[in-house]
Design a protein around this ligand. Structure first.
Ligand code: PMV
Length: 366
């Protein structure tokens, strides 16, 4: 079993001085968000998850991040952060904090002046969490800078492993966004080479019924979350259901991996919805308790259950750490599901907004 932290720490000694260059260079990545089917909720120090999670990477919801770098004057972290073309001091502060953490593994960033320009494909006010897409885009960009300055990370696998490791340190779920398709993060006995330090692509054969999943993201509120994910994770320490949750996640993880292999749609629906509702039940039963769901989240869930009973069709809902509903279904049901959204669900969406997304092939360098 590789100890990635140790490996990258040792390697960092070789990543201090690089041949000087004049002027500015640029690396740019487009990296997608992902939706967890088995949820990561609860962590140990350094973003080590308490249970394995399984997600698929999205296609249309992504962040584009451009990093412009030049040899800096004073040693230390020096960045200017622009969000959608405008200087954003709030994000700049957060990214500076992340870069201090990452500099242990990438000491060369302290010798550069960085200008980071980031934008999302989805509106900032859509309630869609951008941490997975933005932190994975940042990590990929930093790995490209390492490759450019030191000639390292030329092996694809090595490149994405390090990007996943660095992304994880900024936002746990971002570790999963560096790959396309289904991705696993967190050590478990079912998936060989699974790790708490990096995510890996799910290599098992996926049954064709799950090949082209759609994810229609129904926006019920554009507001920022009242409780952040990191607060939520920390409320799992000492939670009354702590042990039961981590056991449940292991069981669901195994069950879902099997369902994906065998094409068991019923099992898929049962587990995916159980994970979504368990996540929010954990929030409600935290101390202090809270909920991120609203009336329209429930209206949509009831409508989905009714529609499924009537039409006997493969569709499942899941929820992220927020009130928006992700409606998951295969491509062959798209026509029926679009009618369902337009006829029955759109009235519950804020400003009639929803995002037509689905499983994607992962980040691209642009
Ligand atoms: O990566 P974080 O710290 O924002 O936590 C993400 C938590 C969930 O989105 C609720 C679940 C998950 O696995 O993505």
């Amino acid at each position: 079993m590789i100890d990635f932290q140790e490996k990258y720490k040792q390697h960092s000694e070789k990543l201090v001085s690089f041949p000087a260059f004049k002027g500015k260079r640029t690396q740019k990545w487009q990296s997608p968000s992902n939706i967890a089917l088995i949820k990561y909720w609860g962590k140990k120090d350094d973003q080590i998850p308490q249970n394995p999670s399984l997600s698929f990477t999205l296609s249309s919801s992504f962040t584009k991040t451009e990093i412009i770098y030049e040899v800096g004057g004073k040693p230390g972290i020096s960045i200017q952060f622009l969000f959608e073309g405008k200087h954003n001091p709030g994000f700049e502060k957060r990214i500076t904090k992340h870069l201090h953490k990452l500099a242990i593994f990438l000491p060369f960033i302290k010798s550069l002046n960085l200008t980071i320009n980031s934008s999302n494909s989805f509106p900032h006010s859509s309630g869609i969490a951008s941490s997975a897409s933005s932190m994975s885009a940042l990590a990929l960009g930093l790995c490209s800078i390492e490759r450019d300055l030191f000639g390292t990370l030329t092996d694809e696998k090595e490149f994405y492993q390090k990007a996943s490791f660095l992304a994880r340190l900024c936002s746990g779920s971002a570790a999963r966004s560096v790959y396309g398709g289904f991705t696993v993060w967190g050590k478990n006995e079912y998936i060989p080479n699974s790790s708490n330090e990096i995510a890996i692509p799910l290599k098992t054969e996926i049954h064709p019924v799950f090949h082209n999943l759609n994810d229609s993201i129904l926006i019920t509120s554009p507001e920022k979350k009242s409780v952040s994910s990191s607060q939520g994770h920390s409320l799992m320490n000492g939670h009354a259901y702590e042990e039961a949750r981590y056991n449940q996640a292991q069981t669901n993880f195994h069950g879902l991996s099997e369902a994906l292999k065998t094409g068991d749609e019923k099992k898929f629906i049962t587990i995916v919805e159980n994970e979504a509702l368990s996540l929010h039940a954990l929030m409600m039963a935290s101390n202090p308790g809270f909920t991120l769901l609203n009336q329209n989240t429930w209206n949509i869930i009831h409508a989905i259950r009714k529609f499924r009973k009537k039409n006997n069709m493969m569709l499942a809902f899941t929820l992220d750490a927020g009130p928006n509903v992700h409606l998951i279904y295969p491509e062959k049901n798209k026509k029926a599901l679009l009618d369902f959204i337009n006829d029955d669900l759109i009235k519950y969406c804020h400003g009639q907004k929803w995002i037509d997304d689905g499983i994607g092939s992962g980040p691209v360098q642009i």
